[in-house]
Design a protein around this ligand. Structure first.
Ligand SMILES: Cc1ncc(COP(=O)(O)O)c(C=O)c1O
Length: 357
């Protein structure tokens, strides 16, 4: 006899990208930042006095809220810190969608959305992207037809790297009766020339919440720290009602503060990654891959005709290079490749050059 709720018994869990212990691997499969966290984070870690671990941390991570609010030029009431961005996703569903209410996403998208909807017994409605990976022209109408309580859009998009403009997001939010959660896990890597900034939209509109994470831009995937940005009407119920009593720990809070305070260091890495992204895309195109222009720290690469993406993934793995293969509709002929350091990218290209020239 199973004690699981029926929806848990019948669902499949989230399948994360492989994590390997060996430093021998070139890891381009889970969109981690190839550079170490800021020296200020390393210094803050060294300074942590274990005596403080006897005490509970600030329940709402107040020191972090203050530096994050300052960083974005908004009020602390607009910030809710979470245990990674993934916890915010779960909290948004818990707080704003009752079991049975619909959640809308695009197809493809970040696969965790489906898992979280299934855990909470929220029907998931997927709106297919065009062949170009753009939203369909009638997206607003399709979204409205779903009757969804929450729509989750990842922007820039995963796994394609495409960016929706603030104008498009504003139009969607203005015509949607539900809550629009914009997952900005990769927004730090957007070219500054685009002048993309959805923060004012989230502050002004009561139905828009942004997800941010320190995992990617700040090289802190192992720390588990993210946050939401939105109006107090959206932030407060999460902050004061639905999150775990102490959802972020003392050490994580200290290091997250140090990371935001030393943002210049991270910004410098974002620029290096952007440059490497364009160089890697060009080099892959020369080898016959087709690459979707990306505003993230990864590339979606279509394998040259006559080759198998899955086999190439296996071959690279046998050479200790990990990339991501999705056995999924429309992605089966593609690999998602995280942008590494110049040396890591060169090793990948050397391995591919041996096969494709
Ligand atoms: C689209 C997207 N959203 C959110 C996250 C959550 O990241 P984290 O929980 O590490 O903050 C990820 C991580 O891979 C992601 O790809």
């Amino acid at each position: 006899m199973s004690f699981q709720r029926t929806n848990i018994a019948t669902m499949a869990g989230y399948v994360p990208g492989e994590q390997v212990n060996s430093a021998d691997f070139i890891k381009l499969n889970t969109n981690e930042n190839p550079y170490p966290p800021s020296p200020a984070v390393a210094a803050a870690l060294k300074e942590i006095d274990s005596a403080f671990l006897r005490l509970y941390p600030s329940p709402t991570a107040e020191p972090f809220r203050e530096v994050a609010a300052q960083c974005h030029g908004i009020d602390v009431d607009n910030i809710v810190p979470t245990n990674g961005g993934d916890e915010l996703l779960r909290l948004v569903l818990t707080t704003f969608a009752a079991p049975g209410e619909t959640v809308a996403v695009t197809r493809p998208t970040y696969s965790l959305y489906r898992v979280l909807a299934e855990i909470q017994a929220n029907p998931l409605r997927e709106i297919a992207l065009e062949d170009t990976w753009d939203l369909p022209k009638n997206f607003v109408q399709q979204l409205s037809d779903t009757g969804a309580k929450i729509c989750i859009l990842v922007n820039p998009h995963a796994p394609t790297g495409k960016l929706l403009s603030v104008t498009t997001l504003t139009e969607i939010a203005a015509n949607f009766d539900g809550l629009l959660l914009i997952d900005e896990a990769y927004v730090d890597f957007v070219d500054p020339a685009r002048e993309h900034d959805a923060v004012p939209l989230a502050i002004e509109r009561e139905n828009v919440l942004l997800l941010r994470t320190l995992s990617k831009g700040y090289s802190l995937a192992g720390l588990r720290f993210g946050y939401g940005i939105g109006s107090a009407e959206l932030v407060h119920p999460i902050l004061y009602k639905t999150r775990d009593s102490y959802n972020t720990d003392y050490i994580a809070q200290q290091l997250a503060v140090a990371a935001i305070q030393s943002r210049n260091y991270a910004e410098n890495n974002w620029e290096k990654i952007r440059q490497a992204r364009e160089e890697l895309a060009d080099a892959l195109r020369k080898l016959g891959f087709s690459i979707t222009p990306s505003q993230t720290n990864f590339l979606l690469a279509t394998i040259p005709d006559g080759h198998s993406a899955e086999r190439l993934y296996q071959q690279l793995k046998s050479e200790n290079i990990l990339v991501r293969f999705f056995a999924q509709e429309r992605l089966q002929d593609k690999l998602r490749i995280s942008v590494g350091t110049p040396a890591e990218n060169a090793s990948l290209l050397a391995a591919l050059t041996r096969r494709f020239t």
